[in-house]
Ligand binder design. Structure first.
Ligand SMILES: [Zn+2]
Ligand SMILES: [Zn+2]
Ligand SMILES: [Zn+2]
Ligand SMILES: [Zn+2]
Length: 393
């Protein structure tokens, strides 16, 4: 059973192989079938074209006669040029008025039959200027009686007719828009032949670009926040927005709203002319501008007097007692001269003590309270000196 199947398959393969080889054999026969072929070309009105007449599968001829008839409403024969394939052309290549045009080849001197294949003649046709579009047939008819070999045996030829296909000259019409351009996309236009409608030219139409209305402010900018402006395309409604940057405050000059005094801070203010935003700044207190210490009340032996000084700006008065007599070197006024007095002067010079009485402290008599006075007190306590330089004899 299995063997049989294999055999069947094999025979199928053989059959196919045979089929292929047969078809190629047939093709070879077809090529070698004696044939006269008239070429086919296309041309426009007024043009001149060449059409070849070809012999193939030539079995060997002594005499060969074929008539070629053509559509004279469209074509005019203007030339016949003999090819080099068949010998002994008998036809008159200058008498072209005949239609059909008869080709006659016969060489009485030839030693044997002509078996060449190829172009036997090339016909030149002028396409009449008023020729209708379409197919102008050129057909061949064998003169069987006069086509034979040297044994006077007839030679049969198959014919394949040809043609000149008459075409019009395209006439370009107006440009037609096939795709309208938009704001952002390209369009297309074409130029067609007014006769046959064939598209002859194609062109891109550039995008139109938006056609914006005047811009509108959607959100005005303020001193501190960005605003926004927009505009809209009148064609496609496309919206475009842009930021308006914040303007920043537009402050005026600083104005003193509260003046500073000797003891209290003042304040300056400035205001934005756009939004009213206010900015303030402290003016520091100026401190008193003191005048000289002066004796206000004279001291007596039994009661202290008063010294005072006055601020020239605010009139503030500062007072302190003023004794009838001061002990020289007793800076802290505790009634004795000790190391504490030197320390008191140092503290005063370091601004840790606001006031010391020069009458008690200026022990070196130079008119000011200075570090030299503390030194003199230390020298006095160490008994390096026994009295101060300022002390009178
Ligand atoms: Zn056309
Ligand atoms: Zn637009
Ligand atoms: Zn502002
Ligand atoms: Zn003052």
């Amino acid at each position: 059973m299995k063997k049989l199947l294999v055999r069947k398959a094999l025979s199928l393969v053989l059959a196919i192989t045979l089929l292929f080889s047969m078809s190629s054999v047939l093709t070879v026969f077809a090529v070698e079938d004696p044939t006269v072929t008239v070429g086919s070309v296309s041309a426009k009105q007024g043009e001149t074209v060449d059409v070849d007449v070809i012999i193939s599968g030539n079995p060997g001829v002594y005499s060969f006669v074929v008539s070629l008839s053509y559509d004279e409403t469209r074509l005019k024969l203007t030339g016949v040029k003999n090819g080099s394939v068949l010998e002994g052309p008998q036809h008159n290549i200058n008498n072209l008025a005949q239609n059909p045009y008869k080709l006659t080849f016969c060489n009485p001197l030839a030693a044997e039959d002509n078996t060449a294949n190829g172009t036997i003649v090339t016909l030149s046709f002028e396409v009449l200027s008023d020729a209708a579009e379409g197919t102008a047939e050129i057909s061949a008819t064998m003169d069987e009686e006069n086509t034979f070999n040297s044994n006077f045996e007839p030679c049969e030829f198959r014919v394949e007719n040809g043609a000149v296909t008459v075409m019009h000259e395209h006439i370009a019409g107006e440009w037609e828009t096939t795709l309208e351009p938009t704001c952002t996309a390209e369009g297309e236009k074409v130029q067609k032949c007014t006769i046959c409608g064939e598209i002859l030219n194609t062109k891109v139409i550039t995008a139109l670009g938006h056609d914006f209305y005047e811009p509108y402010i959607r959100t005005p900018a303020t001193c501190t926040t960005d605003g926004e402006v927009y505009r809209t395309c009148s064609v496609c409604n496309e919206e475009e927005t842009k930021v308006i940057p914040a303007t920043g405050h537009n402050f005026g000059e600083w104005q003193i709203s509260t003046p500073a005094t000797c003891t209290t801070d003042g304040e300056e203010t400035r205001t934005c002319s756009n939004c009213g935003e206010e900015e303030t700044k402290v003016i520091p207190a100026t401190e008193h501008v003191w005048g000289e210490w002066k004796i206000k009340t004279q001291p007596t032996e039994t009661s202290d007097g008063v010294k005072h000084r006055i601020c020239s700006v605010c009139g503030e008065e500062e007072t302190r007692p003023y004794k009838f007599k001061y002990l020289l070197g007793d800076a802290n006024e505790d009634g004795i001269v000790s190391i504490d007095d030197a320390t008191e002067i140092q503290k005063y010079l370091a601004k840790m003590v606001p006031y010391l009485e020069a009458a008690a402290c200026d022990v070196d008599g130079d008119g000011t309270i200075a570090i030299g006075d503390a030194t003199e007190i230390q020298k006095y306590l160490a008994v390096i000196i026994t009295k101060f330089p300022a002390e009178k004899e």
